[in-house]
Design a protein around this ligand. Structure first.
Ligand SMILES: NC(=O)C1=CN([C@@H]2O[C@H](COP(=O)(O)OP(=O)(O)OC[C@H]3O[C@@H](n4cnc5c(N)ncnc54)[C@H](OP(=O)(O)O)[C@@H]3O)[C@@H](O)[C@H]2O)C=CC1
Ligand SMILES: O=C(CO)COP(=O)(O)O
Length: 300
């Protein structure tokens, strides 16, 4: 809405259809693109911009950045994806910093279904940027009358909140799909949030960030709504139903990254660990439940 904006998609047919129909029928049907948006599959149009929002799924982001690193030098690169890369155990901002070191890296994250933003429903997000000069600029140019951005310097906390809430959302979906009940789901949200804070502490996040929109806020949305693909993926595991394998479910891959982070930093992360095993089908929901309930009793 604050365009002009170029919307790049790798598929020329998809971008041509978007430009012609002003709709993205495959990904976000029913919403009209603002006039200020031009869809293209020409990467040179992207490289002409000074500010680029990256909405490629996290597991694909590192390779894309590596391929185009030279052209991205000095740009403002705002990551919109939520996950932890399995190969490097880095979040999206850390991937940018490692691949394009002289870019200005930022993270846009928080509770926001794409359809809600496209429908101009009121939404509040975190814009995290460690650069004190560029953060307020990005906050200003990406805010709209219905999209309210809160600025944070804590990119590590913002990355972790968005990545980890997807893992906990899968656990909540399993809980509801298997019929374990809403009290159990509340326990998973709360103890999952404890795991998020534990990881945050180990990796140097500001604890306040995880209580904000990018952590608690997104956890609240994603763990309670079947608008979330991660939650629906969990529901399908819980109910032993099929799930469309082409759907983007960031939490499944991120759960494996988190299990590896747990080993690396010697962290006790029981919910994230069972989500990794549930996602690849190596344990059943009942085994996951028994594993969690048989742990030694402890202080809260
Ligand atoms: N949808 C939502 O409500 C929200 C999503 N996010 C985050 O945004 C990120 C993307 O999710 P979302 O847009 O919903 O996912 P979708 O599955 O709807 O779209 C993914 C897009 O990424 C493209 N893509 C995939 N791999 C590559 C690649 N290697 N190179 C270039 N483009 C690629 C796909 O292209 P193609 O069509 O050609 O496959 C597609 O256009 C995720 O991290 C998600 O967590 C964050 C907040 C809200
Ligand atoms: O991140 C999101 C909402 O904030 C979207 O969640 P899903 O990826 O689970 O659909």
């Amino acid at each position: 809405a604050n365009g002009p904006v170029t919307l790049w998609a790798r598929d020329p047919k998809a971008s041509a259809a978007m430009q012609a129909t002003r709709m993205n029928a495959a990904r976000l049907d029913g919403y009209t693109l603002p006039e200020s948006v031009t869809a293209t599959s020409d990467l040179n149009a992207v490289f002409q911009a000074d500010t680029i929002l990256l909405a490629i799924p996290t597991q694909k982001l590192g390779a894309w950045l590596g391929e185009h690193a030279e052209k991205l030098r000095g740009k403002r690169l705002v990551a919109c994806c939520k996950g932890i890369d399995q190969t490097t155990l880095r979040g999206p901002v850390a991937l940018i910093e490692a691949t394009v070191p002289d870019a200005i890296a930022a993270m846009l994250t928080g509770p926001s279904f794409a359809a809600d933003i496209a429908g101009q429903l009121p939404t509040a997000l975190t814009l995290a940027c460690a650069d004190e000069g560029e953060g307020p600029y990005l906050q200003g140019c990406l805010s709209t009358p219905t999209l309210r951005l809160y600025l944070s310097p804590d990119v590590i906390g913002a990355e972790l909140g968005g990545a980890l809430k997807n893992v906990i959302a899968i656990a909540c979906g399993v809980c509801m799909g298997a019929g374990y009940g809403e009290s159990a789901r509340a326990a998973v949200i709360t103890r999952g949030f404890a795991e998020m804070r534990r990881i945050g502490k180990a990796l140097g996040a500001d604890p306040e960030t995880l209580t904000g929109l990018s952590g608690f806020g997104d956890l609240a949305l994603t763990c309670t709504s079947d608008g979330s693909r991660n939650y629906r993926f969990g529901q399908s595991i819980g109910a032993a139903q099929d799930f469309d394998p082409t759907t983007t479910v960031e939490g499944a891959a991120t759960a494996i990254s988190v299990s590896n982070l747990a080993k690396k930093h010697d962290l006790d992360l029981p919910i994230c660990t069972v989500v990794a095993a549930l996602s690849d089908g190596s344990i059943t929901p009942d085994t996951a439940l028994a594993t969690l309930l048989s742990r030694p009793l402890r202080k809260e």
